[in-house]
Design a binder for this molecule. Structure first.
Ligand code: HEC
Ligand code: HEC
Ligand code: HEC
Ligand code: HEC
Ligand code: HEC
Ligand code: HEC
Ligand code: HEC
Ligand code: HEC
Ligand code: HEC
Length: 442
């Protein structure tokens, strides 16, 4: 770090980490001085002479240029907004090192497209905000951006580069910046318990390391992080609440008007994690499609042959299925209601032909971390053929495993008479489930 390297970034900017660090310290010192000096208010919104010169041209409304691909690049910068922004002390030249009063106009560099221009210029942000850039790098947004998705957000899609405001200025009520791209989710969310409590999207998904929603534990952990004691409060009425928390998503009970469905996830019983699609050679969809010759959705036999395909390599029965009850759409996942409306009635799920079990998908984790789903027929949950493969998932009454139905009724009867009987019953359920479904416990 002692030498000052001058690597050329694609924006044409050259940086030196040490200089930036020193520059940043100096900046912070200036900020602090400004805050303590009597003229603080004035210093805050004053621009340097150089910045004023740049703005002499660039504050002209409607200033723009046509790119070779036909798009229009706006060259207008709102000077007043910039003066009020957190970066007012940085100055134009720090972020735009390749353009000076002397070398333009006209511009020498070729700008291929708006997106290219944004991608190149936004690189500057990470030189001063390295820790945030690192978080962002691992997010689903960054993964999609690297894969070439034109709609995936980069720093400047969420932070207008010339009007960056402090964290405290984010207004949860407008849903910005997330709502700009996820409007259906925002609309559904606005009327929920959390929307009304003025929580923003980042409270659950975080702002920079946004993970795919249905893989991993990020969201469940966020819920449990704010709602301490949730597991024990559910245990008071819900037998084996841990199992329910694993096999039923929180919105499946807390979004009372949502349509629910079962997702059977390919699961690696040896590695004890969900199966991830091999990068570069996606196989899931093509295998599912060829197993489902009629295109009606996987039936029990097709599901079995799909699993056989995935079990060709590795230990026998290494790839199994794990069921999860979830809501059907992303919008529904956000319509969480007050607790009095949550689903408590066991029969919503534990009843023959219960609604949530009428719609079934099979899924794998795609290369970008989001699930890839394929429709299955409702019968796969009941068929004796697939008892073995869906053995990791049963819901008493929801399927045809009748001994469990009987045990369930028994559980309710005894449960009412002797509430302390839960442990024995859970044990009994486990044993029976093992015998019938060959299901392994985690
Ligand atoms: C004399 C008017 C004028 C001044 C002063 C001026 N610019 Fe420009 N600037 C332009 C014009 C015109 C263009 C469009 C280039 C073209 O048409 O060739 C431009 C383009 C740009 C671009 C767009 C290209 C890109 O990299 O995305 C940036 C950034 C820019 N100027 C920054 C600055 C900065 C920073 C300053 C102050 C150091 C400044 N300009 C001063 C007129 C000016
Ligand atoms: C914190 C870094 C930063 C500062 C400070 C900054 N800019 Fe920018 N500027 C950017 C980024 C990033 C973009 C690319 C925006 C995008 O994606 O379109 C940009 C784009 C531009 C453009 C091209 C038009 C556009 O909106 O894309 C002009 C012109 C420009 N800046 C001028 C200025 C002037 C003049 C100043 C000072 C008043 C300034 N910039 C200060 C980061 C900065
Ligand atoms: C998907 C939208 C989004 C993207 C992309 C994004 N941010 Fe943010 N950022 C936010 C939101 C929302 C907040 C404020 C809320 C919060 O932190 O909870 C924030 C806060 C910040 C903060 C101040 C608060 C903190 O956490 O320290 C900085 C600095 C920041 N972002 C920089 C960046 C940089 C640099 C990038 C690109 C590497 C980036 N952001 C990309 C949405 C985004
Ligand atoms: C030259 C260094 C530098 C560059 C480049 C830079 N920033 Fe900053 N940024 C700062 C400083 C200094 C602050 C104010 C002090 C702080 O909170 O760290 C700040 C503050 C912020 C904040 C508000 C932080 C808060 O705590 O509320 C956000 C958001 C932010 N920057 C985003 C960006 C984005 C987006 C870019 C790229 C367009 C960028 N920054 C480029 C130095 C920089
Ligand atoms: C510039 C547009 C844009 C902005 C702004 C944006 N996103 Fe995204 N986001 C996308 C795109 C595109 C995808 C991938 C397609 C999809 O799943 O909707 C995505 C995916 C996601 C996913 C994963 C979805 C899944 O299927 O698992 C989550 C979660 C997410 N965004 C949350 C957020 C949050 C929270 C914010 C605000 C901090 C935000 N997004 C801001 C464009 C955006
Ligand atoms: C209270 C926590 C919470 C908040 C706040 C929240 N979400 Fe979500 N989000 C979730 C959960 C839970 C899921 C579904 C996960 C699952 O099915 O397991 C989800 C899923 C998503 C998805 C994926 C949807 C799909 O189609 O699969 C996106 C995109 C998303 N959220 C964006 C947002 C946006 C934008 C906001 C703000 C308007 C927001 N979320 C606020 C918890 C939250
Ligand atoms: C089987 C359905 C079901 C599942 C699954 C479920 N809940 Fe609940 N939850 C309820 C019901 C019913 C209540 C209301 C209980 C009452 O009023 O005593 C409740 C109450 C709550 C409350 C209110 C306060 C409290 O602790 O009692 C919170 C917070 C909560 N749940 C969060 C969660 C989270 C987080 C998850 C996922 C990890 C989750 N719930 C999963 C049905 C469920
Ligand atoms: C940032 C903290 C935070 C996170 C994360 C969070 N919540 Fe909440 N939750 C709240 C607040 C605040 C309220 C409204 C006040 C209250 O009722 O406790 C609330 C209310 C609720 C209620 C209604 C409680 C009642 O008494 O009627 C339920 C149910 C709930 N949340 C479930 C969830 C679920 C499920 C998740 C995850 C998907 C989650 N929460 C994530 C803070 C959070
Ligand atoms: C929203 C749907 C839903 C509701 C409501 C629900 N359950 Fe369940 N329950 C499930 C699912 C799905 C499983 C399967 C878990 C598995 O096999 O991994 C399950 C499993 C069980 C098990 C077996 C747990 C074990 O030890 O393996 C019992 C016992 C049970 N539920 C009892 C109840 C009772 C009693 C109620 C009402 C107080 C209830 N459930 C409410 C969906 C639900």
């Amino acid at each position: 770090m002692a030498t000052c390297s001058t690597g050329r970034a694609s924006a044409g900017t050259t940086f030196c980490a040490d200089l930036i660090a020193i520059g940043r310290l100096a900046l912070l010192a200036m900020v602090m001085l400004a805050a303590t000096s009597p003229a603080a208010g004035a210093a805050d919104n004053t621009l340097s002479a150089l910045d004023e010169q740049c703005l002499g041209c660039h504050s002209v409304e409607g200033m723009k240029m046509k790119l070779a691909n036909g798009e229009t690049l706006s060259l207008h910068v709102d000077g007043a907004a910039f003066a009020k922004s957190v970066h007012n002390l940085i100055g134009c030249a720090v972020c735009h090192r390749d353009v000076t009063l002397e070398n333009h106009p006209p511009l020498k560099k070729k700008i291929a497209s708006l997106r290219e221009n944004s991608l190149a210029l936004a690189k500057i942000c990470s030189t001063c905000h390295a820790a945030i850039f690192k978080q962002y790098e691992g997010s689903i947004h960054a993964v999609l951006q690297r894969a070439g998705s034109p709609g995936a957000p980069i720093c400047t899609d969420c932070h207008a580069p010339h009007a960056v405001m402090s964290k405290s200025a984010y207004d949860a009520a407008s849903g910005a910046p997330c709502s700009g791209c996820h409007d259906p989710v925002f609309k559904a969310y606005a009327g929920s318990v959390h929307g009304e409590a003025a929580l923003g999207c980042a409270n659950c998904h975080r702002a920079h390391d946004v993970n795919p929603a249905t893989t991993g534990e990020q969201l469940k952990n966020a819920c449990l992080g704010c709602h301490e004691g949730t597991l024990s409060s559910h245990k008071a009425w819900l037998p084996n609440a841990e199992r329910h928390f694993d096999a039923v998503s929180c919105p499946a009970c807390h979004s009372p008007t949502a349509k629910r469905k079962v997702d059977l996830r390919l699961y690696d019983a040896v590695a004890k994690e969900r199966v991830v699609e091999k990068a570069g050679v996606p196989q899931f969809e093509s295998r599912a499609r060829s197993a489902d010759a009629k295109g009606l959705g996987l039936d029990a036999l097709a599901l079995q042959s799909l699993l056989l395909e995935f079990n060709r390599e590795g230990a026998p029965k290494q790839t199994t299925l794990r069921g999860r009850l979830e809501v059907t759409t992303g919008a529904e996942a956000h319509q969480l209601a007050p607790k009095a409306k949550a689903i408590q009635d066991c029969a919503t799920c534990h009843r023959r032909g219960a609604d949530p079990f009428q719609s079934v998908t099979v899924s794998i984790v795609g290369a970008d971390g989001r699930p890839v789903r394929y429709d299955a027929q409702q019968g796969v949950l009941n068929s004796m053929i697939s008892v073995d493969s869906v053995g990791g998932f049963y819901a008493i009454g929801g399927t045809r495993i009748e001994v469990l139905d009987m045990l369930f009724v028994l559980a309710l009867l005894i449960g009412i008479a002797v509430p302390v009987g839960h442990l024995t019953l859970t044990w009994l359920f486990r044993r029976t489930a093992k015998r019938i479904g060959g299901r392994e416990d985690s």
